[in-house]
Design a protein around this ligand. Structure first.
Ligand SMILES: C[S@@+](CC[C@H](N)C(=O)[O-])C[C@H]1O[C@@H](n2cnc3c(N)ncnc32)[C@H](O)[C@@H]1O
Length: 321
């Protein structure tokens, strides 16, 4: 299961692999596409999706409850692996101005949040997840991580982004409508007495979270996230790419939509093309700055099997007002 991404259980051999994963382009995505699309064993991944006759609903249901159960079952926090490579991949994070505010959507055990907090002492990370257990675990892991003073800099909150709207304290209506300049000037740090809200986010990170949300709900989820991003702010995206090894392992009965699958525990996984990502973020009013596949080969140390991983890396900006 690709929560392996968050857990580092996986396949990768070599101590510097986490870095390598995001900096190498070991093969061409077009070559993998040609290979997969000409292999009859994979043909069921390519065909249009038809809702099974016995199904009572035409869309996969939000898998938030499945994620909550997942986190309850994995309360030890073993699905934690600091994502240090993100700072190299998105250099604007460590180089951001003082008092940057970042929203980590679907923070899990804090694998991304830890790296963000480590990158600068003046960064505040607001982190939401639909699971209370994982938020508690993230808080515990971050509090116990050496070298990070998190006092007031890590603000976890419970929220199902597929259903709920962000709380007003994150960005109130007045601030949503205010100019970039006004928002920046008036809202340093975390919410203080008499302050309307924290004033919107300079960055939003969506790292292996959007793929966990039903495809049909992605547009409204992204719109919701963009509503709390300041004009000029960046949305940083990392997620599964089409024909990633983990997609090809899904069996026909696990398909719940086109390029959309359900794991045996009920959590969902969608596999993105660049065009899909482009359309989703453009529709939410964002401008594309970077968008590419990251294609990495690695070898399973235990069985020597070759693995071809595909991720999508994207950077989008909310137009400055
Ligand atoms: C693969 S993990 C990624 C965690 C983290 N972003 C990281 O970098 O490791 C996906 C996370 O999204 C959360 N999630 C899934 N659906 C969600 C929803 N509807 N609302 C909020 N969080 C959600 C899950 O609980 C899980 O922690």
């Amino acid at each position: 299961m690709e929560v392996e991404e968050a857990g580092g259980q996986l396949e990768n051999a070599g101590k510097d692999e986490a870095e390598a994963e995001y900096h190498s382009h070991d093969f061409e995505w077009e070559d993998l596409k040609a290979e997969v699309e000409s292999d009859p064993a994979f043909s069921y991944h390519l065909s249009p999706f038809r809702v099974p006759a016995a199904s009572t609903t035409s869309q996969p249901q939000p898998s938030s409850e499945a994620w909550r159960s997942f986190h309850r079952r994995h309360a030890s926090g073993k699905f934690f692996k600091e994502r240090r490579y993100l700072l190299k991949e998105f250099p604007e994070l460590p180089n951001s101005k003082d008092y940057s505010k970042i929203l980590e959507v679907g923070c899990g055990n804090g694998s991304t949040a830890v790296s963000l907090l480590r990158s600068s002492e003046s960064i505040t990370v607001f982190a939401c997840d639909c699971s209370k257990d994982t938020l508690e675990k993230a808080n515990e892991i971050i509090s116990n991580t050496k070298g990070i003073d998190i006092k007031d800099r890590f603000q976890p909150f419970l929220m199902d982004v597929s259903k709920e709207t962000f709380p007003d304290w994150l960005c109130c209506i007045a601030c949503k409508n205010a100019s970039h300049h006004k928002m920046r000037k008036e809202h340093p740090g975390f919410l203080r007495e008499n302050q309307c809200c924290v004033g919107g986010m300079d960055f939003i990170t969506m790292i292996f979270t959007l793929s966990a949300i039903p495809f049909a709900i992605m547009p409204s989820t992204i719109e919701q996230c963009v509503s709390v991003l300041k004009p000029g702010g960046l949305l940083l995206f990392r997620d599964y790419g089409l024909y990633d090894m983990t997609m090809l392992r899904f069996l026909p009965h696990q398909r719940v939509g086109f390029r959309e699958y359900m794991r045996s525990d009920g959590t969902l996984s969608y596999f993105f093309t660049l065009d899909t990502v482009r359309e989703l973020f453009h529709a939410a009013g964002l401008v594309e700055l970077e968008l590419e596949y990251c294609c990495v080969k690695s070898v399973n140390r235990k069985n020597g099997k070759k693995m071809q991983r595909v991720w999508v890396h994207g950077k989008f900006q909310k137009p400055p007002s």
